[in-house]
Design a protein. Structure first.
Length: 169
């Protein structure tokens, strides 16, 4: 499949799930700019067609505004990553937390980012390494207009749900 509406997405965190999210997006025609503290991780994905960045500053500079940046990080380092990332962003940019953050932390983060004119989307992502081929289950929370604008990304990443009737599948 190739999306009719390709988008650009920045991905921070290129472990197994983050890297496979990027691969799934690129398969569908989206352009990804990638960053990870592990240079080997972004170099590997750059060799596969993404644009790699060695620093967060370089990463943000390679993204067109308004930026959409997906964090695929352990919950424990989301705040420190945001502390480094937010000063580099501009009003209208969106940060998507795809990890397993506690929802109350996401509510607090969304409010803090809104004060700076930034958008925050909480997107719990499940699917593990199998999501590359099967798709991911996404639990998306955010401003309706922001989520709607990012819909081509979410549609590419998500698995296809089959309609079922209880007791028949």
């Amino acid at each position: 499949m190739v999306t009719a509406t390709p988008m650009q997405l920045g991905m921070v965190g290129l472990g197994r799930m983050g890297a496979n999210l990027v691969r799934r997006l690129m398969r569908d025609g989206h352009h990804c700019v990638v960053y990870d503290v592990n240079a080997a991780a972004f170099s590997e994905l750059a060799a596969e067609g993404s644009t790699g960045a060695a620093t967060l500053d370089e990463f943000v500079g390679k993204l067109d505004g308004p930026r959409a940046i997906w964090l695929m990080l352990p919950a424990a380092i989301v705040d420190s990553t945001l502390d480094a990332l937010v000063p580099l962003l501009a009003a209208g940019d969106t940060v998507i937390d795809g990890g397993n953050s506690y929802y109350r932390d996401d509510i607090t983060r969304a409010a803090k980012l809104a004060e700076k004119g930034l958008h925050y989307v909480d997107c719990g992502t499940s699917g593990g390494v199998w999501g590359l081929d099967r798709g991911y289950c996404l639990m998306i929370g955010g401003e309706t207009d922001v989520v709607t604008r990012l819909d081509p990304i979410f549609k590419t990443i998500a698995c296809t749900a089959a309609p079922t009737v209880p007791g028949t599948s």
